[in-house]
Design a protein around this ligand. Structure first.
Ligand code: GUN
Length: 296
């Protein structure tokens, strides 16, 4: 069997198109232009690339982008003061503080200073609690993107056996909550799980989010399973730097029923969902109906 390739790039383009349509409608019918503020502290080159890409995509969707670049030695008080101003600014519907922050800043404290309704990353403890209790939350972008692709591929996920490898706050834990919300039977596995291969082989839906290149081999995949590879790892191969996932794609593609490639799978969905969350936040801020199909 050769797996269906789930084309995240094409799916993300579709989501971005839907976001742009909602934005156009908000402008025409209500005079509202949603705004996303992205805060970057320091000069990490990878973070700078992400932030530039987020800003560009925001503008392409017809929204306002506000970039705040602060020096690496910014104090916690200065950063918290900026977040306070963004919380109070009605033109700003979404606030994203790019992680990781420089070591002298307490990320938990900073994230929890964001107004939960503007927390488009879904990292604020209020949003974590709302998601965990099945209430209306802002949902972290990467797991939301994975959920959208799974729903698109399968329709209902009810009753499916899902295994999430990785227990991060950004992907693993919220992914598990979303799958549980869609009535999957969910296992969260991690580096200390005993016989990880046997656990993975139970999965109808296998989500790999560990950040270790090609850690999941094809013989951990149940024949016909859907494999969602969240990993984006840069490795040296044949004298070149290449991008690989957390799944060994070449062996897994022969066993899986469907699989997301790296690159071109989950990655493009993350920014698409950030835009979707910004529109959702703008609609909620103005008491308007939320865009359908763009939220959990
Ligand atoms: N750094 C890497 N991924 C992310 C993300 O999804 N959100 C934020 N805020 N920072 C990140």
């Amino acid at each position: 069997m050769t797996a269906t390739i789930i084309d995240g790039k094409a799916f993300a383009a579709k989501v971005r198109g839907e976001v742009a349509k909602h934005v156009a409608r908000l402008k025409e019918e209500h005079g509202i232009t949603p705004g996303l503020a992205v805060v970057l502290v320091g000069e990490d080159p990878a973070s700078e690339v992400y932030v530039r890409s987020k800003g560009k995509s925001t503008v392409e969707a017809g929204m306002n982008s506000y970039e705040h670049k602060l020096p690496a030695d910014t104090s916690e008080a200065e950063l918290l003061a900026l977040i306070g101003r963004l919380n109070a600014d009605p033109a700003v519907n979404g606030i994203l503080v790019q992680l990781p922050l420089p070591k002298h800043l307490n990320s938990d404290l900073v994230i929890n200073a964001i107004e939960p309704a503007k927390d488009v990353d879904g990292f604020h403890i209020s949003n974590v609690g709302l998601l965990g209790t099945g209430q209306k939350a802002m949902v972290p972008c990467t797991p939301l993107g994975c959920l959208m692709m799974l729903r698109d591929h399968h329709g209902s996920l009810a009753g499916m056996e899902a295994v999430v490898v990785g227990r991060s706050n950004i992907v693993g834990k919220p992914m598990a909550q979303l799958l549980l919300g869609d009535s999957c039977t969910v296992t969260i596995a991690h580096s200390r799980t005993k016989d990880l291969g046997a656990v993975c082989r139970r999965a109808d839906i296998l989500v790999a989010a560990v950040g270790r290149p090609e850690m999941v081999p094809g013989d951990w995949v149940k024949p016909g399973a859907t494999v969602i590879d969240v990993g984006i790892n840069r490795i040296e191969r044949g004298g070149k730097t290449v991008l690989v996932g957390d799944v060994d794609y070449d062996s897994a593609v022969k066993v899986a029923g469907a699989i997301t490639p790296v690159p071109g799978g989950v990655g493009p969905m993350t920014i698409a969902c950030l835009l979707a969350n910004t529109v959702t936040a703008a609609c909620r801020a103005h008491g308007l109906a939320e865009p359908e199909g763009l939220t959990a």
